[in-house]
Design a protein around this ligand. Structure first.
Ligand code: FAD
Length: 352
């Protein structure tokens, strides 16, 4: 039996728990303070014959009006800072902690590793799901392991496990949690490793230039990781819509990966097309492709494309997932017809 104190709400309204602001309800929303409470929650979900759906900040999900699941949220917990703040820091981060706060806290103590990932919304527990990345860094760079629970399946009880990062197959906005482990594992903590003496990564966009300006203006001497994090946050505030003001899930599509030959052909036909080297082949700027199809600032009823960033689809209010997905399909069709490049969606359409 799950304790009454854990159950926050029956027939819960999730409208304000997803950054698109889509209307959504679920039969149960349960918030846990510590990971020890999870087995009782799994039992309760089993009694209710409901799957468990872990929800963080709702900033990478597209919810339909009825989510037939027990929605599980984890609450933030204080970080356990080691006494000796030496060059290398091994930190255990509870899943319910706010990602941006974690970035700012570690950066202000002078640790490199997370500073380029400032102002990404959501909780720490969701960071490995799509291996969050920005400004030339990704969580895979610092992640040692994830802790959590395998959900009960095929008659097997729930089981606690610590999974090394290498087993998670973290890739470009991808991991096993989005594929064969989807819906099977609840992350309760991250084990990360940060360093004081690392080389900062500044070769992305105008980050180096903006950092230099900030360093000139800065009176006190803040730790470099903190300055970088603040600079990244300032650039992002200028470029990306604030979900508190307009519903969105950040980049709606991944930047497509193509082989060198296709990249060269596209570059010859479209000399302005931004192309970046990738581990295998080249990465194209999806926002540029969408912009060229005339979608920037486009509105279709309650949904549309942001007027400064074509990669971000927005919800103006009163719309739903179907309208947004129809617009996304239109964009995919147009980009495919014009450039011969398929676009892949980044956020998850929750199908429970
Ligand atoms: C304005 C804006 C900017 C963004 N910028 C970036 C960016 O630069 N880079 C980037 O990579 N992403 C970006 N995102 C996407 C998003 O913020 C990240 O993917 C983030 O990690 C999602 O966290 P969340 O807590 O909101 O997850 P949710 O949206 O709540 O969940 C996402 C997925 O993770 C699963 N999940 C969540 N918590 C757990 C857990 N504890 N255990 C198991 N599964 C879990 C959910 O079930 C769901 O499948 C942006 C989004 C917005 C709105």
């Amino acid at each position: 039996m799950v304790s009454e104190a854990l159950i926050r709400q029956q027939n819960a309204d999730l409208t304000h728990l997803n950054t698109l602001g889509f209307k959504c309800s679920a039969p149960w929303l349960v918030q846990v303070a510590t990971a020890d409470e999870l087995p009782a929650v799994f039992d309760f979900a089993h009694q209710q014959d409901l799957p468990v759906f872990p929800l963080g900040g709702g900033s990478n999900v597209i919810l339909r009006p009825a989510l037939n699941a027990l929605v599980l949220q984890q609450q933030p917990l204080p970080l356990d800072w080691p006494q000796d703040l030496s060059d290398q820091l091994l930190l255990r981060v509870p899943a319910g902690n706010n990602w941006h706060q974690l970035v700012m806290e570690t950066a202000s103590k002078g640790y490199h590793g997370l500073e380029n990932l400032a102002l990404i919304p959501g909780q720490a527990g969701a960071a490995p799901i799509q291996n969050i990345g920005a400004y030339g860094a990704e969580v895979a760079d610092c992640l040692l392991a994830v802790e959590g629970w395998w959900l009960p399946e095929a008659g097997q009880p729930a089981r606690f496990d610590v999974i090394p990062a290498a087993d998670c197959c973290l890739g470009y906005r991808d991991s096993r949690f989005k594929r064969d482990w989807k819906g099977r594992f609840v992350i309760t903590a991250l084990q990360i490793q940060l360093k004081r003496s690392a080389e900062p990564r500044l070769n992305y966009g105008d980050l180096a230039e903006r950092l230099h300006l900030r360093q000139q203006q800065q009176a006190g001497d803040l730790p470099l990781p903190q300055l970088i994090a603040e600079t990244v946050a300032a650039i992002r505030r200028e470029k990306l819509p604030d979900p508190a003001a307009i519903g969105n899930v950040g980049s709606f599509f991944k930047n497509p990966l193509v082989d060198h030959q296709q990249a060269q052909e596209l570059q010859a036909a479209w000399p302005q097309l931004p192309i970046y080297p990738a581990e295998q082949g080249s990465k194209l700027a999806a926002g540029w492709l969408i912009d060229q199809c005339g979608f920037k600032g486009f509105c279709k009823g309650a949904v549309g494309v942001h007027d400064r960033q074509a990669l971000v689809l927005v919800h103006h209010g009163g719309g739903d997932a179907e309208q947004l997905l129809a617009l996304a399909d239109e964009i995919v069709t147009c980009v495919q017809a014009r450039f011969g490049v398929p676009l892949e969606r980044e956020p998850e359409v929750v199908k429970l």
